[in-house]
Write a protein that binds this ligand. Sequence first.
Ligand code: PEP
Ligand code: MG
Length: 555
Amino acid sequence: MGPPGARRAQIGPERTLRGVSAAPGVACGRAVVLDRAGAHEAKTIPPADRSAELDRARHALEVVAEEMEQIALRLRDAGRHPEADIVETGALMAGDPGLAARVETLVMKSGRPAADALREAAEENAMELAQLGDPFLAERADDVRSLGRRAGARASGLMPGVVSGVLVASTLGPADVAELAINAGGMALAGGGVTAHAAIVARSLGVPMVVGLGPEVLEVEDGEEVVLDGDAGVIFRHPERGRIDAARAEAKRRRIAREQAVANRLQPAQTKDGHRLRILANAASAAEVQEALQQGAEGIGLLRTELLFLDSQAWPPSALQASFLSPILAPLAGRVATVRLLDFGGDKTPPFLRGATGRGIELLLEAPDALRAQLAALVDAGRNVELRILVPMVTSPEQIRAVRDALAQVLDGRSAPQVGAMIETPDAAHRADAIAKECDFLSLGTNDLTQLVLGLDREHSKSAPVTDLRVLRLIDATVRAGKAAGIPVDVCGEAASDPEAMPILVGLGVDELSVAAARVGEVRQSIRELDFKASREAARKGLLDQAADAAGQSG
Ligand code: PEP
Ligand code: MG
C-alpha cells in the first residue's frame, strides 16, 4: 500500500468502471490501492536463512489472529455480534494447520519470502474453496485472501494505518471492512459479491461499496482522484470537475439529511393533511437497528434472519439463533420487531441447502424441526419486544396455518406473537384475501414481486417498475385484502423508499413502510411533505390511466 497522494492524479478523459452496488452512498476522494497484481518482486531466500524466515511468517499469522480477535471484541462491545462472529472466523482461519503447512513448504522448499509465502498460501487455499463450485464458499475465499494479505503486510512490517479516501482492493474480508470503515469514504473491489460478508458489514456500517469491478480497477493509481457511486455500482477515474462537485454535494447532502433526520426523530410521520403512517426499518444487525432508531424509526419492519446464517452447514440450532437475535432486538424493548423466518433459497442458499429448489417457507415446512427451532428462538429472544413473525415467500393460507400450528407447539404458556405473510409472489397477491384472513398483518415484498411479475433481473427491479400497472394492481388487491380483514399492510421492499413509488404506495393505502435503516429519516421527511388526499387521487388516476392505455394498445 503506498501513501495516499504519493502520485499526482493523471489528467485524462473521465472513465467509468462498472461493477455491482454492494452498499449505497457516494464517496469522492483519493484512491488508496491495497493490492496490485504482480507487484511483488521475485526473490529467493537462501537456504541458511529460511528457518528464520519461516519464524517470521508464523509470527505474522499469530499477530493477525490476535488483531482479528481484538477487532471482534470491539465489535462485540459495540453490540455488533454478527459482525464479531464473522471476524472471529478469520482469526480461526489464521490458525488453520493446512495454511501453516503450505506456508512452510513455500518458505522452506521454494525459498519464498515470508510475506509472499503467506499471500500465496492463502491464495492456494482460496482457489481450492473457489473451485468447489459453491458460490458461498467462493465468497469465503475472499476472507482467506484477506487474511493472507493482512499477514503478508505484517511480515513486511506494515501495520494497519489510518486509511482515508476510497479504498481499492482485489477483495476485502469482513475484518478489513470493520477496521477500515472508520476512516474510509468508500470501497471499490475488483472481486467480491453483494452477499459476501464484507458487503454485509459495509452496508451495516454505512460505507459505500462497489464490488465486481474486475482487474481493471487495480490499475487505478495510488492518490488518483476517484468518485465512487455505491448506488449505481460504478467508479469514475479522472472524474470531470462537474462529477466531483456533484459527488461532494451529494455526500454533503446525505450527511446533512442524516443530521436533520436525527434532529427530527421525534416528529411524527404524518402527511400535511394529517394521515399517519408507521415508518419502520429493515435490518440484519444491531448497528442497523441503532441507526434506524436514531433516525426515528418506530421499530423494525423486516429483520432478515437468513443473512446471519448464509454459511451454515445445517439448519441453525435454536440457541444459536437466539444468541444472534438477542443483541439485535435488545434496543427495541417495547417496540415492534418484525422478524422474518429464514428466507433461504435463490441467491441466499447456504451450503447445506445446495440443490434444494424451494424458497422461504416452503423449505422450512419441509424441515418442521428447523421451523420449530426458529420459532422457539424468536419467542425466546423477542420476549421484551412487540414481536411479529413474518413468513417469507408465502403462496397459500395453509402455510400460515402450518406456521401457527408449529408456533403453538413451542409457546410453552407464553403469549403468541403476531403472524404475518410476505406478499411477494403473484400467487400470494392473487390469494391475498384468503391469506389475509389467517394473518395479523401483511407485508408487501416489492423486490421479489416486481421481479416475478415482470420477469426482470432482481437487481434492476428495485425501483420504478413497481409502478407498472401489472404490479400496482397486485399491490392494490393486497391493500384491499388487508383492509377487508382489518389488518395493517406494510411495504418492506425497496419501493417503500423509492421517491417515485412511495407516494403511490401511500396513495393506495398502505399503513406502514419499512425501509433501509439509513433512509428512515429521509422517508419520514418525505411523508411530512405529502398530501394524502392528493396521493390517493394520483394513485387511483395512475391505475385508471395505465389501464386505459393498455386497453387502447390492445384494442
Ligand atoms: C422483497 O422481496 O421485497 C423483500 C423485502 O424481501 P428480500 O429483499 O429479502 O427478498
Ligand atoms: Mg423477498
